[in-house]
Design a protein around this ligand. Sequence first.
Ligand code: GLY
Ligand code: MN
Ligand code: MN
Length: 463
Amino acid sequence: MIKPASPAEEFARRRSALMRLMGRDAIAIVPAAPVRRRNNDVDYAYRQDSDFHYLTGFGEPESVAVLVPGREQAEYILFVRERDPVRETWDGRRAGPAGARRTYGAHDAFPITDIDEILPGLMENRAKVFYTMGIYPEFDQRVVGWVNGLRTQARNGRHPPQEFVALDQVLHELRLFKSRTELELMREAARIGAQAHVRAMRFCRPGRMEYELMAEIVHEFRRHGADTSYYPIVGSGPNSCILHYNENDQPLRDGEVVLIDAGCEYECYASDITRTFPVNGRFSPEQRAVYDVVHEANLAAIAKVRPGNHWNEPHEAAVRVVTQGLVRLGLLKGRPAKLERDGAYRRFFMHRTGHWLGMDVHDVGDYKVGDAWRVLEPGMVLTIEPGIYIPRGARGVPKRFQGIGVRIEDDVLVTRSGAEVLTDGVPKDADQIEALMAEPPEDAKRAAVRALPRAGRGRRARA
Ligand code: GLY
Ligand code: MN
Ligand code: MN
């Protein structure tokens, strides 16, 4: 395998690709994400804007990237915070303009405080401004202000840009296709995420709390240098039927299932994984029956992930299997084909089968081109996540099926020949889950080894 390109080259390649698409009469302006206040004087953990990261790899707030294709002195300019020993003592290290040039490949870099002086000059004589409106309203005002400033000076012979172009349209099309380097990061995010789910399955037992499972998951993420890519969902019993449940504060009860939807973010790339399993380690017959339908739907959908198929084909496959399964279970009555057409399955399967995955959990990229579903191509990554949710009190549904919510979510890469399931490090087959949960816990295994006589330990180690 070819070694992944070093990040600096990778980011340079992305900027070049974007600049080629922009053309020479254009300028692109990309701001870093603002710091967000959580409460009083406490901020949320900083997360760089995905577009900004994609083009720069630069992790600091209060920065702006500017691309000026074909400009001789410098095509790639970064505005960043200046070095400041006092501020760095309080808030952490800064690259400063020199570091932005040296480490991040900026052709030129200036203090962010100078942007009002410098940026209008860079915009002058460029017909188009590539910029994404509506994400950071305060920054929108500044961009509009710079253009208007040039307009009012048109009489003095200055040339304002004539056109705003939606940068996201162009950039997100690039982001939809993951490079080799990006795929390495996504495989790692998936691997860590899968391992966290295994850890939660091993830890689970009646009497523990939903938040304890969440703590196991987060522990596994953090010990690999990753963090949550979204707030984990840990819903047991009836909570498994609440799609975005996030209280995570209920006891895990014997005889119930627990649904965990949790993924990590590694170097700005997300995984997104759901597994559902019995709290006590053994599925009841009804849980198992529902589970097997969702599992079959998950496999049928993944089988439709290959180049040349369109975006909706995995969903259509999942809907077919779920509808037929619900009829078999007696939860829907009628002819499957008609129930499918009428959308009857939506009572129990009310979301779509997946979404693009990348730096954002619900990643960028269009799902349709014109009126037609997009055709899958190598390098795209998507989730496959069918589910069946049967809430308490569901009318006409036998009690023994109520309070069972099942979703099985994998992250899948479209390859040249088909698909690669990135999240196969955590089992989803019901028998395999039961076998994993039946294994003695790690601490018990360690204790058992300690209890063996020395010779016995050696034999065991060689076995
Ligand atoms: N975790 C959000 C989703 O599955 O789409
Ligand atoms: Mn998802
Ligand atoms: Mn999910």
